[in-house]
Design a protein around this ligand. Sequence first.
Ligand SMILES: [Zn+2]
Length: 242
Amino acid sequence: MNSAYYVARDIAYNRVHYPPLVDGFQALWRTIWKAKVPKKVAVGVWQACQNILPTRERLLTKRYEGKANCLLCACPMESVGYVLEYCEIARELLGEVSLQITCPVTPIFVFKEWMLECVHRVSLQQFEKFMVFLWALWNNRNAALWEEKPRLPADIAIATMSWFNEYKLVHASSIPRMKVIQRWSRPVENVLKCNIDGSFSQYQMKGGVGCELRNHRGEFQAAVRKFIATAASAFQVEFMAL
Ligand SMILES: [Zn+2]
């Protein structure tokens, strides 16, 4: 009977605690953090969505007094929405790669709203690729700012894709692998054992080789390593190591 009175009193005294508002972007945050992409990509995309990347628009709110325009095209204001979605470079890049994501016809003011739409529109794999391209766009913007050498969208597409494919190869956890536990075993007395290894980067087409000598007590004797400036495959580098 008196409950209405108590509710009214609590409201009057500001004692009512409303349940916290549900974050409508949960699906976006979940997808960003579960995506199988390098951590720096996930962090960069998250920063873009939170609008905390140091774009010129953002810097203008922090006592920056320089130019506000886009470094890469005629966009009047460099904001996250412009760099990553409305800029000519962004449009061309997303046109180069086979993603079912098209840039909106007008610049988006709340970037995370567009990202949320994309999460619902494409598969997780497509979204991972998309994240990597957004990160590449931001990198390209930084290259334009610091090194004055932005790249062509087609070049960004090729370099980014081969970099990401290499990452996926290295981190392919979906391929079940036999866990082989290899222990170093001693050679017989007065014999030295030589272990060798090679490393190869498909993205840079470079590699490295190394070998190490140990005696029958497992004591280190000598080692050598060498950088291979041009390599064609992991097999070639392993062979060179040998
Ligand atoms: Zn632009």
